[in-house]
Design a protein around this ligand. Structure first.
Ligand SMILES: [Zn+2]
Length: 379
């Protein structure tokens, strides 16, 4: 099913291709290389520079998200040489962009894919950390597991060598030939200090719930950045490092290396992205429940970040810098409730939600089913 009426738009994409250089002979699923753009990718696959550029610049194509194709988005070409007839590009939210050669022309279309899903099983034996020991698994799975456990298992405290976790996750199979992973649906953590069983519950988005029906995913991630130390805490009155006068400090300063990634601490809408006086390059995000967060002194913003955009918890929004009034690379991070600053280090912003009794009953049945399924995978 094509969402975009290809025929009506065709005229915009009738472009001539004449290149006949030898091209990449790799087969199977391809990815953009680091720093490779769709232009250079197409060129590597037998499209002339001129044609690739015309495709790229076409405003209708930009609407088709070709500009947002990343090194994570798989590309399948019918034949990854100059003689390819079509390329399918899988972009987020299960959308597939297709570039199809028709004679000397390239026709571009986009459709919503409808992947078949199956469940698979994974196990991680902990020696160091989920990421180090789970290296075999796709990063998206590890991120989901980490986020699920985040609220319950304190890293470095409860996670002990010798612990293990088992999880169930979706595999997605697309008509176009893509094979990807989807949601982690169930995580069973068995540890020396703590054991916990977390499952998703339908209708509750990305949240996981434990055996008591409590949500494991907090409203806000604790910190937006991997920082070295708190260079300045939240305070209602402190001596300002630059002005030398006593002023309140409405956030925490998290010292970090230049260009460390900064992530949104909760899902929300970007209401500011630009220079903001002493804050330097700053991003402000508005969240549910009259919260907002502010991230200041950035060196640069995440590519394509714009005011009005919705970001997810954990989404990359920028990179650590020292812009504005600042004595070195750090993130000044603020949370405000009804525009009143609160201390990010202490606040209980974070309320775990609880399943209703009727939901909890169903949830426990689901968990029993997941237990059985894990056992069957375990043989
Ligand atoms: Zn600060």
């Amino acid at each position: 099913m094509f969402l975009d009426e290809v025929s009506a738009d065709n005229q915009d994409f009738l472009i001539t291709s004449q290149r006949d250089d030898a091209a990449n002979k790799d087969t199977g699923t391809l990815f953009l290389q680091k720093k490779q753009t769709i232009i250079s990718f197409l060129e590597a696959h037998g499209v002339t520079h001129k044609l690739a550029k015309t495709i790229w610049k076409n405003p209708k194509l930009q609407q088709r998200n070709l500009s947002s194709v990343s090194t994570e988005d798989p590309i399948i070409c019918s034949d990854p040489s100059e003689s390819w007839k079509y390329c399918h590009i899988l972009i987020p939210n299960d959308q597939v962009i297709t570039l199809a050669k028709s004679g000397d022309e390239v026709v571009i279309s986009k459709k919503a894919a409808d992947p078949q899903k199956s469940l698979d099983f994974g196990r991680i034996n902990i020696k160091n950390s989920i990421y180090q020991d789970g290296g075999l698994f796709n990063n998206s799975l590890l991120n989901q597991i980490n986020l699920a456990l985040n609220g319950f298992v304190k890293s470095g405290y409860a996670i002990q060598p010798g612990d293990h976790l088992e999880f169930l996750y979706e595999r997605k199979h697309y008509d176009e030939g893509f094979e990807t992973v989807g949601y982690v649906v169930d995580v069973n953590y068995v540890g020396k200090r703590q054991s916990i069983h977390l499952s998703r519950f339908p209708g509750h988005g990305n949240y996981f719930f434990d055996e008591g029906g409590r949500s494991s995913t907090k409203g806000f991630l604790k910190f937006p950045v991997k920082f070295s130390y708190v260079s300045s805490p939240f305070s209602k009155g402190r001596k300002h490092p630059v002005y030398g006068i006593v002023k309140p400090h409405h956030g925490v300063d998290l010292a970090a290396k230049m260009n460390t990634k900064i992530h949104a601490t909760a899902a929300g809408k970007v209401t500011y992205c630009g220079k903001k006086g002493g804050y330097g390059n700053a991003v402000v995000i508005k969240h549910k429940g009259h919260y907002m967060t502010l991230y200041a002194h950035m060196n640069k913003f995440a590519k394509n970040l714009k005011v009005g955009e919705y970001v997810k918890a954990g989404q990359l929004i920028g990179f650590v810098g020292s812009t504005g009034i600042s004595t070195g690379p750090h993130v000044h991070y603020e949370i405000r409730l009804n525009n009143i600053p609160i201390d990010p280090m202490r606040s209980q912003v974070v309320h775990s939600s609880q399943l209703k009794p009727s939901e909890l009953k169903l949830h426990l049945q689901n968990q029993a089913n997941w237990d059985m399924m894990r056992m069957s995978f375990n043989g």
